[in-house]
Design a binder for this molecule. Sequence first.
Ligand code: DOR
Ligand code: ZN
Length: 344
Amino acid sequence: MTARLSFARPDDWHLHVRDGGAMRDVLAHTARRFARAIIMPNLKPPVTTVPQALEYRERILAALPPGTAFTPLMTLYLTDRTTPADIRQARSCGHIHAIKLYPAGVTTHADAGVTDLNKLWKTLETMADVRLPLLVHGEVTDPAVDIFDREKLFIERVLAPLVDRLPGLRLVFEHITTKMAVDFVLAAPDNVAATLTPQHLLHNRNAMYAGGLRPHYYCLPLLKREHDREALVKAATSGNTKFFLGTDSAPHARHAKESACGCAGMFTAHAAIELYAEVFEAADALHKLEAFASFHGADFYGLPRNRERIALQKQSWTVPASYPFGEDQLIPYRAGEPVSWSLI
Ligand code: DOR
Ligand code: ZN
């Protein structure tokens, strides 16, 4: 059994850090493990303009623990009104690395999202031209569609036609949850990639209902069936460069999760790389972890690979019952339970 692992410092290609005092608390967990992270723009109000993204970037840098080397990679939130000029400005400012598509109403703070992608062709074409990737929350919002089928229908109705029409667009299918999504990405052109979260690699949907309703396992897209989870693990551990790490760590205050209508999102930043190590170890693929966590994403985004290193050891630790979250507290994934790898 491998007792120790050392590899190039990883990056998190999908992260929510929120804002204000809560941001200061969650950011430190990520900055201890990752060199860079793609920062989601779903604040309230959303980050839709270049000046807003640059100001948010400054707030993130100011919230880092002193002496921490961590680079936030900013994104813009696509709306029905995002223009080709916005895209060119985003590309030329140097700090914006992608544009995020939330179908309107699909998840937390997605009400300002896109209502009809067909109105945005010029904008999308400009993204293809300037090589700015589109990050896709791939679920339909049609309330008539079964919530477990929303990713599948999104592939059929939106994603497949989009990739056909704009094959040159660099696209990341974010936090994929189904075998169908894995197969779609495998069959798509090289410029279509996907991120995988720790929770979708570790759990199937039974986790949400184990012995009662478990709000801390509620995220969007939802956890799916076991055969989906198995396909995701196979993709992550395959060595295929289309698949890379994106935690989708999405903190919410305890009261917002433990509620009659709780928010979607799981907080995993406190143990993120350790959790992926568990997944890769269980699949007998620890030798593939470095490329998944530290190389494939950087290569896709055209950024240099990190030169610093990180080390993990096979030593169990117990996740605290809660962490501070600004004025509130948050319940981390696996609160009070062990994680088998620790950061050295
Ligand atoms: O579970 C989720 N939480 N899914 C999302 O897409 C958004 C995220 C959040 O911001 O809380
Ligand atoms: Zn997300």
